[in-house]
Ligand binder design. Structure first.
Ligand code: ZN
Length: 309
């Protein structure tokens, strides 16, 4: 019997999943709103149902489930407790590893969603073959992942790589995480809306601002230029601290690339050490919404010692 994995990307806005066979074919896909607004118990029920549905759909096609990979928006301990999650507050404190082990009796491998994204882009995407790189996912929140020497860097307690919570302005806006002035407060979708309001443009979404910029609206373009500068400060810090060969920018906000990346690059070059900053490549993620699903697939297969074809 051929095997397959169920992989899940649980964010603050969407819950996406897939059943993927060992050749990397999608046997099934699922997408629904995130259980973020639901109370803890209902949220876990929804997550289990999503996994169950994908297990059944793979099974009904004659495949045997081998394991589950889960990327989740939040700070996970090494043993699988969601210790803190600005975007999934109701699930904070849940021992996800235990809960899912008990439910499915299948090996479960989980990590932060941005780490999964990073592993995915490194395996099959923009950073294929690159040994030292950082990823930033610019979306509902700002996620980050760091690969050094070909390995994801998790730190002593499994929580490393929260690039979105690098402080860019010590007196800046309050962040969901409890700190102030984190990068996320400027360049997440909601941060962009706030920055636009501050600069005199009221919009309901970052996409609305993007459309305005696209139509040639100067003020909208200036807002993106401004938030790009915050990103540039962050990237200069990354370059000085880690000297990555590449910085991958992904997430839905990266669709507005032309409007914020030029000012980000300018700011980064102005601030960082010349030798590494002249060499670092800043590129767009290649795998889109599937990056984290690929990362989950890689991690769970590696954990089980299964080589994907
Ligand atoms: Zn923060």
């Amino acid at each position: 019997m051929k095997g397959f994995f169920v992989v899940i990307d649980l964010g603050g806005t969407n819950l996406r999943g897939a059943a993927i066979d060992l050749k990397g074919n999608f046997l099934a896909r699922s997408s629904s709103p995130s259980p973020a607004p639901l109370p803890k118990r209902e949220g876990m029920v929804k997550l289990r149902e999503e996994i169950e549905g994908l297990l059944e759909r793979g099974f009904s096609q004659g495949y045997k489930p081998l394991g589950i990979g889960l990327g989740i928006a939040g700070v996970l301990s090494r043993d699988g407790v969601l210790t803190q999650s600005p975007n999934l507050q109701n699930l904070a404190g849940v021992h996800l590893n235990e809960e899912l082990d008990d439910s499915f009796s299948l090996p479960v491998k989980m990590d932060n969603d941005a780490n999964m994204y990073t592993i995915g882009e490194g395996w099959r995407g923009a950073a294929q073959g690159v040994k030292d790189f950082c990823c930033l996912t610019l979306g509902t929140g700002v996620g980050g992942g760091i690969v050094m020497g070909g390995e994801l860097y998790r730190g002593a307690y499994g929580t490393a790589g929260e690039i979105g919570h690098m402080v860019i302005d010590e007196d800046g806006l309050p962040c969901y995480c409890g700190n102030r002035g984190c990068l996320e407060t400027y360049i997440s979708a909601s941060g962009i809306v706030k920055k636009a309001a501050e600069l005199g443009r009221k919009v309901d979404s970052s996409y609305e601002l993007y459309e305005a910029a696209h139509r040639g609206d100067r003020l909208a373009q200036e807002v993106f230029g401004e938030i790009g500068r915050y990103l540039g400060v962050c990237m200069a810090n990354l370059v000085n601290m880690l000297s990555p060969a590449m910085i991958v920018l992904g997430g839905k906000v990266s669709g507005a690339w032309d409007y914020f990346v030029p000012s980000a690059l300018e700011e980064m070059k102005r601030r960082a050490f010349r030798y590494p900053v002249e060499r670092v490549e800043v590129v767009k993620g290649m795998l889109g919404d599937d990056a984290a699903l690929w990362g989950c697939t890689y991690l769970v297969s590696q954990d089980l010692g299964i080589n994907l074809e």
